[in-house]
Design a binder for this molecule. Structure first.
Ligand code: NAD
Length: 340
């Protein structure tokens, strides 16, 4: 029997992972051990003897941890997510370890969440929720704007970006987009028009990020790009925290240039997210500062979290593993070559 170990994304096993993955693995006749530890250089040793590991966005598969894992029998890495910025693919290839991901489990989940953040921030729902609960029915400070005819800029027109654009069209907004690899036909179908990145950033009322984190996209929202944005712009990031230079973001929040920020991801979220740390003192001063802004809504990387997405992740992950075991190459294999 094949034996896979699942390293959950946090220091605590996530019930929703085992609830969805457990039955799928069992159906395929695969024995799984769910470990309580987040994968990093120090914890890699506990996966000794397992030919496959299954990890999530905040597990770190560095060259050092791959070396330890490969020495101890690792052959396959199963990512329960689309992004693979946390995996040293070159090191995996050198060690003969194959990596597969789940490229699309529910773009709807993330796109709907991104639009949810837009609506919440625009109409100040986060403020009204707490106000009403404390008996404050004043409307002062809750003024929003019509989405109708506003310009919404979608950065990255893959599966999630296109769906986000399509939903925004429902508001009769003007949806513009940018992607270095444009697909005019699909973008047009989603009601979006390609323009240059500079123009998109300078003219959009809402900028929503939907591209992967790569060396070329790291800190694409930085001091320079923020300085060129429209005053009062809303920025939504449901992709990867590293797309935004957080210190620059704070600078432009403090000087009032940015209207609102919705972020489901944070560049240093690893070690903070996916855990209940409500009894601990938050050690990240930058994150603490972000939490103080009334016009910033932060969620803990939950955009993917729908029942449908969890089911799809479980099915696709087990399919990837079964294909590896059968000596096949899954369609969603990630290599240095196909990741660029
Ligand atoms: P996708 O691969 O379908 O699309 C990504 C798009 O980004 C591609 O069209 C690509 O050409 C484009 N791109 C590449 N470089 C770019 C650049 N410099 N500028 C603009 N666009 C660029 O991916 P997807 O399924 O649409 O997912 C988008 C991102 O959402 C993922 O990379 C992942 O990081 C993130 N995500 C987050 C969650 C969550 O729970 N918050 C869940 C799933 C995915």
């Amino acid at each position: 029997m094949f034996h896979v170990t699942l390293l959950p994304k946090a220091n605590k096993l996530q019930k929703y992972d085992s609830a969805h993955l457990g039955p799928e693995l069992e159906k395929a006749g695969i024995k799984a051990t769910f470990l309580q530890t987040r994968l990093d250089d120090e914890t890699a040793i506990i996966a000794e003897g397992y030919p496959a590991i299954c990890i999530f966005v905040n597990d770190e598969l560095s060259a050092a941890s791959i070396e330890v894992l490969a020495k101890n029998g690792l052959r396959y890495v199963l990512l329960r997510c689309a992004g693979f910025n946390n995996v040293d693919l070159a090191a995996a290839e050198r060690a003969g370890v194959q990596v597969a991901r789940v490229p699309a489990y529910s773009p709807y989940a993330v796109a709907e969440f991104a639009v949810g953040l837009m609506l919440m921030l625009n109409r100040n729902l986060h403020k009204s929720y707490t106000r009403v609960r404390t008996g404050n029915f004043s409307l002062e400070g809750l003024t929003g704007f019509d989405m109708n005819k506003k310009r919404i800029g979608i950065v990255g027109t893959g599966k999630i970006g296109r769906l986000t654009g399509k939903i925004c069209n429902g508001f009769s907004a003007e949806v513009v987009c940018y992607d270095p690899y444009p697909n005019v036909e699909l973008a047009t179908e989603a009601g979006m028009k390609y323009i240059g990145l500079e123009e998109l950033l300078a003219t959009s009322d809402i900028v929503s990020l939907h591209c992967p984190l790569m060396p070329s996209t790291a800190h694409m929202i930085n001091d320079e790009t923020l300085s060129k944005m429209k005053k009062g712009v809303m920025i939504i990031n449901t992709s990867r925290g590293g797309l935004i230079d957080t210190l620059a973001l704070i600078k432009y929040l403090k000087n009032g240039k940015i209207g609102q920020v919705g972020m489901d991801v944070y560049e240093n979220e690893s070690g903070i997210y996916f855990e209940d740390s409500s009894d601990d003192v938050l050690q990240d001063d930058t994150f603490s500062r972000l939490l103080t802004f009334h016009n910033v809504c932060i969620t803990g990387h939950q955009a993917f979290l729908t029942r449908e997405a969890l089911d799809n992740i479980a099915v696709a992950t087990v399919k990837n593993l079964c294909e590896f075991i059968d000596g096949k190459t899954p369609d969603s294999v990630v290599t240095v070559e196909n990741s660029c």
